[in-house]
Ligand binder design. Structure first.
Ligand SMILES: NC(=O)c1ccc[n+]([C@@H]2O[C@H](COP(=O)([O-])OP(=O)(O)OC[C@H]3O[C@@H](n4cnc5c(N)ncnc54)[C@H](O)[C@@H]3O)[C@@H](O)[C@H]2O)c1
Length: 381
């Protein structure tokens, strides 16, 4: 493709998070991208529906219908998790590169099929973990890879985001392990709070475009909300292929709207912490290096990085290979038993019903400080 050609886009999904992409395409039209069509069988439910109709953007029920009539250079897939694999592969086979929203797919076998399809078609599937596309995180990763901090010793993070009945009722797959016959594995770990865990594996990757693999996981999974199938609270310690412990705590059944992000990455010569949306490295000799702030709400860095990659015939920073270790962990975690929690508080804010584990913030923060699983330090839910 010639330099700076306008990239024709198919958007798969019109509601939910796709709102951000539609706003970008409609409110900030530019020479780099052109929205050719939207595929969503329920597009009329989208808050953007009137704008889509006003702009005469063609709507299709399936990706197949779109490709029967039109062409695209890039498919941006923001559909439910259970369709990512099939839709991504279909788009690759129709000559399109793909930007698939995280999580890559529902399980490790689907990740393998997606990688095979990338190799077979010579196109890429970029994955929308936005942190990977942020320049200050790329700088931090380069510093880690260059050995600036010495060897990594331990990585840990905690990030909890409250979710209530409106979140789980917005579709028919939130909080589910399976939706009909299709695997979804939707949980705070695979979906809403996936970023901080994925980022730790990504930062430990041997190259800019890879994440470290994982050998083993130990986890405790809890379900406080009795109306969901999967877990809504998790403590996890995994061992990477190079023997480093990566520890992560996340939950939706929490009283606070958001708790964290707190993270601490320990290296031989420095400790890197995250607060106020930025990373700071504190070296043993007292020096510090502060990285630029991160806005995790933006879609533009990932979208335009992928667009530039198509124009320059290069591969984006986060692809199937990069996202696969997280999928491996989702798969390994999902093999464990989920313990229902009986001591929960059910409360209401307006129409929205919440379930929360009392003092979960304090309890999991205590675990985080010690890099321990709750049972190991006598915390029982
Ligand atoms: N990167 C991020 O920070 C971020 C944030 C939120 C969501 N996401 C991801 O975006 C994806 C969608 O999540 P959501 O919360 O917007 O879900 P959602 O259920 O709110 O919206 C999904 C949209 O897909 C549509 N849809 C349903 N079946 C479809 C099909 N077969 N083909 C095309 N479209 C179909 C629905 O009608 C709906 O408009 C998930 O993978 C999620 O993890 C990423």
């Amino acid at each position: 493709m010639n330099k700076m050609e306008q990239i024709k886009i198919l958007l798969v999904g019109a509601g939910g998070y796709a709102f951000k992409y539609i706003s970008e395409f409609i409110d900030h039209p530019n020479d780099k991208v052109k929205l050719m069509g939207i595929c969503d069988p329920y597009a009329d439910k989208s808050v953007c529906y009137n704008q889509i109709i006003e702009r005469k953007i063609p709507i299709y029920n399936t990706v197949n219908e779109f490709f029967n009539e039109r062409k695209a250079d890039l498919a941006v897939i923001v559909s439910p998790i259970q369709f990512h694999c099939e839709q991504s592969i279909f788009c690759l086979e129709n000559g399109c590169n793909v930007l698939c929203e995280k999580p890559l797919c529902a399980d490790i076998e689907q990740a393998r099929l997606m990688r095979e399809a990338e190799l077979r078609t010579g196109r890429f599937i970029a994955v929308g973990y936005q942190l990977c596309f942020v320049s200050s995180i790329a700088e931090l990763k380069k510093d880690i890879m260059s050995g600036k901090f010495g060897k990594p010793l331990e990585m840990k993070a905690i990030h909890m985001m409250r979710r209530g009945s409106d979140y789980y009722a917005r579709n028919n797959w939130a909080g589910k392990i399976k939706s009909g016959n299709l695997l979804v594995c939707d949980s705070p770990f695979s979906n809403a709070s996936a970023h901080q865990f994925h980022n730790m594996l990504f930062l430990l990757g041997k190259t800019m475009g890879t994440s470290t693999g994982v050998k083993a996981v130990e986890t405790e999974l809890y379900r406080a909300n009795p109306n969901i199938e999967n877990f809504d609270c998790m403590a996890l310690r995994c061992e990477t292929e190079t023997g480093i412990n990566v520890v992560y705590y996340t939950a939706h059944c929490v009283k606070s709207k958001e708790f964290g992000v707190f993270s601490e990455y320990k290296f031989e010569n420095a400790t890197i912490t995250y607060s106020d949306n930025k990373y700071t490295a504190l070296f043993k000799d007292g020096r510090t290096k502060v990285y630029d702030g991160i806005d995790t709400s933006l879609i533009q860095p990932k979208l335009y990085n992928v667009v530039d990659c198509i124009n320059s015939n290069t591969v984006p920073i986060c692809t199937v290979e990069t996202a696969t270790p997280h999928m491996q962990c989702v798969h390994m975690v999902q093999q464990n038993q989920i313990k229902p929690v009986s001591n929960v508080v059910c409360w209401q804010d307006g129409e929205v019903v919440y379930y929360s584990i009392p003092q979960l913030e304090e309890k999991l923060y205590n675990c985080y400080k010690q890099a321990a699983l709750p049972c190991e330090i006598g915390i029982r839910f």
